[in-house]
Design a protein around this ligand. Structure first.
Ligand code: GLC
Length: 542
């Protein structure tokens, strides 16, 4: 196999599906695997190469499937193993790989291992999890769960606490135990044999915890565990592997995505995502994004990983708000700003990820508290009300950052429930579906959908997207984010007006080279040196 084939994921575009919100096929209000199969042609048309499928494994759904009770079965709300096999086969026919979402930091408390583990201290599964002695009134330490409250849950029968970094129904696995690691490898091999194209690994930088020392992220044994995992089940299989790592720095990312393949293909880093929160505080503590910070952070990742690692490129996922509402404009300039963000991201080096509905410019929602479903949001509400925040303050945080912003059903058409379900959707559909939906956008050559399609095609046409070196242009400009990517014989120039006012830009003269406009989010260019609200352009010089 040539090196290029081995690294197919470098030129791939990945589409993330949140199954319960994508397409319902049986009217129960939850999206399912058969629903996804029925939409594969849509994805093919968009031009993607792989689907990252959020967890569809058997689960009590306390955290929408991120609490797995059986890794080798499909939850009935999503379908059956047979449906899954069919999805893999149907996707393959269309040249699309399926990436599974492996939650390896924790299981559900309803997983057989945990059910056994809590029977007695001498049970062979006890040590699959992280336990500490204590007394009911005094947990081992002050560590907090990411979903609010103590990270320790008391089990009276054992007079012990178990450790959970997420909900109490998500006990953390003990990676120190070689038997746990062996079980995980066996399970991954089983999926590989079914023709899976890759894996996304949930909160993978939290597996090497040392709770007694207060260490939850980036524990000392992390890279040892990951290298073992990779050498036992990933290497030599031409897979795409991507870790979710909130604690990544560029230095760590060079280990994770080392070109020698010793760990993963790449990781999701979140430094740019955390720029609109108060430093040192939580995501709910809002603070406006400063363009200069975004330039600095994205630029740093581009430069530092050049030839020493690989970036994943994303604005959105199932945990994050919609980008047009977050940093763009979800009213007058919704389409322009959606396209601008796409242009900005797709010119960069790395593998782009589209989160379902992003290709339509879907927006955030403002619901009443009772209409939200997300455990993180609801727990945070309780915690903050008790801490003295007002209802209004908390709601502002939820409108801005709540995970349900991303989880409202996919907007397929103007039909009832946006064509998502014939039943009652598990989460209310965004009322703007009559205007923003896939059917309309497929008919319209200037839609956000068509724009994404064109960008994806461009990335596959010119090598400069793959190899070009990143250099920022006009770093001091407060309104424009511009950069070049330079390869042997070609150069890309990306210019984006980040705001709703007109901005001036000095288009560089490059004597002797030919300039071609690859894409622009306005129908024509009136003045090369003036950018209209959220105007974005990509030029190629040769
Ligand atoms: C990751 C997932 C998120 C989930 C959490 C716990 O951050 O993306 O949705 O709640 O891990 O598994």
């Amino acid at each position: 196999m040539s090196e290029k084939q081995m690294e197919w994921w470098k030129s791939a575009v990945v589409y993330e599906i949140y199954p319960r919100s994508f397409q319902d096929s049986n009217g129960d209000g939850y999206g399912d695997i058969c629903g996804i199969i029925s939409r594969l042609d849509y994805l093919k048309e968009l031009g993607i190469d792989a689907i990252w499928l959020c967890p569809v494994f058997r689960s009590p759904q306390d955290d929408n499937g991120y609490d797995i009770s059986d890794y080798q079965d499909i939850d009935p709300i999503f379908g059956s193993l047979k449906d899954m096999e069919q999805l893999i086969a149907e996707a393959k026919k269309r040249g699309i790989a399926i990436i599974l979402d492996l939650v390896l930091n924790h299981t559900s408390d309803e997983h057989r291992w945990f059910q056994e583990a809590k029977k007695s201290k001498s049970n062979p599964y006890h040590d699959y999890y992280v336990w500490r002695d204590g007394t009911e009134s005094e947990p081992p330490n002050e560590l907090q769960s990411i979903f609010s409250g103590s990270a320790w849950e008391w089990v009276p029968e054992l007079k012990q606490y178990y450790f959970h970094q997420f909900s109490r129904k998500q006990p953390d696995l003990n990676w120190e135990n070689p038997k746990v690691r062996a079980e995980i490898y066996k399970m991954i091999r089983w999926w590989e044999q079914k023709g899976i194209g890759g894996f996304r690994m949930d909160v993978i930088d939290q597996i090497a915890k040392e709770p007694d020392r207060g260490i939850t992220v980036n524990g000392p044994k992390l890279h040892m565990f990951l290298r073992e995992l990779s050498s036992v089940v990933f290497q030599g299989k031409n897979l795409i592997t991507v870790g979710e790592t909130w604690g990544a720095t560029t230095k760590l990312a060079k280990l994770y995505s080392n070109p020698d393949g010793s760990e993963f293909s790449m990781v999701f880093q979140f430094e740019h995502i955390e720029l609109d929160q108060e430093p040192g505080k939580k995501k709910w503590d809002l603070s406006p994004l400063r363009l200069e910070d975004l330039k600095r952070v994205l630029g740093k990742w581009q430069k530092e990983l050049y030839q020493t690692g690989w970036n994943s490129l994303f604005w959105c996922n199932h945990d994050l708000p919609r980008i047009v509402s977050r940093w763009g404009n979800d009213e007058k300039y919704r389409e322009e700003s959606a396209k601008m963000f796409a242009t900005l991201l797709y010119g960069l080096q790395g593998t782009p990820y589209i989160y379902q509905g992003e290709e339509l410019g879907m927006t955030n929602v403002r619901y009443a508290l009772e209409e939200y479903r997300d455990i993180e949001t609801l727990n945070m509400y309780q915690e903050r009300i008790h801490a003295g925040y007002t209802h209004e303050q908390i709601m502002e945080s939820i409108y801005a950052k709540g995970r349900d912003n991303a989880r409202t059903p996919m907007q397929w058409s103007k039909d009832k429930n946006a064509g998502f379900t014939s039943g009652t959707p598990w989460l209310k559909v965004n009322p703007n579906y009559t205007v923003i939906n896939a059917q309309e956008q497929q008919k319209n050559p200037d839609s956000v959908f068509r724009y994404y399609q064109r960008l994806i095609r461009l990335r596959k046409t010119y090598d400069v997207f793959l190899t070009g070196y990143y250099q920022e242009v006009c770093p001091e400009n407060p309104e424009i984010f511009a950069y070049t990517r330079t390869a042997d014989r070609e150069q890309l120039l990306v210019i984006c007006n980040f705001y709703a006012n007109t901005a001036a830009f000095d288009l560089p003269e490059k004597g002797g080279s030919e300039k071609e406009l690859l894409i622009c989010n306005y129908p024509d260019i009136q003045d090369e040196r003036k950018l209209r609200p959220y105007e974005a352009r990509m030029y190629r010089y040769q």
